[in-house]
Ligand binder design. Structure first.
Ligand code: 5RP
Length: 234
């Protein structure tokens, strides 16, 4: 079962109401990119919670979706979206998901909800990957925690090999992996990404490279801002 967010959050000066308004604006803008007949990957989290009704309201009869978590699957089904297995869809035209941090070069930290491995598979399976977020997620420099999913076997050894990392309580990914947070400095995200990927026992980590991202849609004071990523927009 995917866990609720348990990582330290970036301090925010936004009120809850304003933050939700910004998330909703970004989510609704991204929902407009979906065309009838598309196969759509659905991320996980509170920003995606605004996306699901925005897609449902469009009333597109032939949109088929794959969810990155049981929560998203349940919420999508309740809204009448068609949910299928990713492998049944055979690929995705677009995937839309939130992020915990977005740096100026388009690197992301994801996995606050513990679904990072599924989210990375879905982002990689999509021709277009769109990130939706409120403005507070845009940061100058990525900072810990970076979520990682660990194989249960030998998790203590894996944590020791990672160095500064701790399990996020008894929380699990939707596929039974243990969710931990890497707490060391991020520095160069590519270097850290390679180090985390190269540590035996790490199933996946929450650093997503700019090459995986087509578009970043940020809701904020000035309305909705869009910036391109390193992956072509179709
Ligand atoms: C879940 C994620 C989420 O997309 C990320 O944590 C952002 O969540 P929220 O939209 O609730 O701020 O990666 O694993």
């Amino acid at each position: 079962m995917a866990s609720p967010r348990a990582t330290a959050r970036q301090p925010s000066t936004l009120s809850d109401a304003l933050r939700e308004r910004y998330k909703r604006a970004a989510a609704r803008a991204a929902a407009e990119m979906i065309e009838d007949g598309m196969r759509v990957g659905l991320g996980t989290g509170t920003t995606v919670a605004h996306l699901l009704p925005a897609i449902a309201e469009r009333g597109l009869a032939n949109v088929r979706c794959a969810a990155t978590s049981p929560q998203t699957e349940r919420a999508g089904l309740a809204l009448g979206l068609k949910l299928e297995d990713l492998d049944e869809l055979g690929g995705l035209d677009i995937a839309i998901d939130g992020a915990d941090q977005i740096d100026p070069s388009g690197w992301l930290v994801k996995g606050g909800g513990g679904a990072l491995t599924r989210e990375k598979i879905v982002a990689a399976a999509a021709t277009i990957f769109v990130v939706i977020a409120s403005q507070e997620k845009a940061v100058e420099q990525l900072a810990p925690p970076v979520p990682v999913e660990l194989l249960r076997f030998g998790a203590g050894r894996t944590l020791a090999a990672l160095g500064r990392a701790r399990l996020r309580g008894r929380l699990e990914s939707p596929d039974g992996g243990l969710i931990a947070d890497y707490l060391g400095a991020v520095g160069d995200p590519r270097e850290l990404s390679e180090r985390l990927s190269g540590t035996p026992g790490v199933i996946e980590h929450g650093l997503f490279p700019p090459q995986m991202v087509s578009l970043i849609v940020i809701g904020g004071e000035g309305g909705v801002q869009r910036r391109g990523g390193g992956k072509p927009l179709g």
